[in-house]
Design a protein around this ligand. Sequence first.
Ligand SMILES: *Cc1c(COP(=O)(O)O)cnc(C)c1O
Length: 427
Amino acid sequence: MNISRSQELFKQAQQVIPGGVNSPVRAFKSVGLTPLFIAKAKGSKIYDVDGNEYIDYVASWGPMILGHANDEINTAVRAALENGTSFGAPTELEVEMAKAVVDAVPSIEKVRMVSSGTEATMSAIRLARGFTGRSKLVKFEGCYHGHSDSLLVQAGSGVTTLGLPDSPGVTKGAAQDTINLPYNDLAAVEKLIREEHENIAAVIIEPIAGNAGVIPPKDGFLAGLRKITQEHGEVLIFDEVITGFRVGYGGAQQYYNVMPDLTCLGKIIGGGFPVGAFGGRADIMDAIAPVGAVYQAGTLSGNPIAMTAGLTLLNILKNPAVYEQLDKTGARFSDGLKSAAAEAGIAAQFTRVGSLSCMFFTDEPVFDYQSAKKSDTARFGAYFKSMLEQGINLAPSQFEASFVSAAHTEDDIDRTIEAARTALKSL
Ligand SMILES: *Cc1c(COP(=O)(O)O)cnc(C)c1O
């Protein structure tokens, strides 16, 4: 595989961009390879600057649920550009978008748009603190909620593979109000809340953990969180930046039928543009300025290009057939990998919810961050490299999800499984 142009660009990039990338996981550091520089993408395929073609399972880390460069979204965005790209004033599109989100996500009564998932979670937490008048925050080990200070404590994603349990620059003050508990351990949450509930403003969770691989909630875990927080007045926040519009049109809350007080959205909701959103109970949301006193703002929030892309996408996703197909494709992918691993005699765990899945290189069940970390990352690295050389673009870390899109065909999946057979046998 010739990647000389990527290698050359990576050299140049490192001179002027820290690590050569604008987000750390892109650097391929955890698999010890040169990152590919991408020239273009269409449907299920992505193309690097040397002209190599790959079947893509990164999906820009989640947003590309219809595949890349979707024609309908592109046409809508081109038309919207003619009217201007940002006004810093309210638009009809924002009303339409808010109505679409309120319609789609069962627990959201009011919603505010922001420009990234990080902004959505950061704002939701400030709001929960302002609303309750309490300061502490409960999160779960291995859950990633963006890179704002109080959330960068035992987070997953890039923080895991870089081995940074915390980040320098996050003050003790910011971190000390964050309490980390093991994922799927309801007893630990109940004990803490019984002891400390006067101080705890919010419990934030990825309802399916998607930044430590993919870890679904155990039966009753989310419902248990709902019950205990309701009893003691904590705001329950579902960070559905990955799961929102991914595991179903109503997200994980609809999938598991557990309703949080606040929901954070991102990734898919922007149709490939930088968007996030947070919403939920009207009485909580009305604590934000200008109705309430909790401050939150954004110059490009709700800008017409992103709203157009997002609305066009949501309109397509409204059709339940899209999710039925995504689930079928996800099953073909995950089941295929499972049989390829069995054939090769490789011990692995497989988790999947719809189009979201992960293969962990460990022989023990994965149910939280500690069990996920037992995975053999060197083995993952060798697997990743072999897959890439065979034209399959996976996320360059054991602790990330694979995403199939509506553009992946059965042929794409079968070619991928064939490559996995070769890769797994070579380990
Ligand atoms: C990606 C992600 C975020 C952060 O979103 P950005 O748009 O990268 O700021 C927050 N929460 C979860 C669950 C995510 O996967």
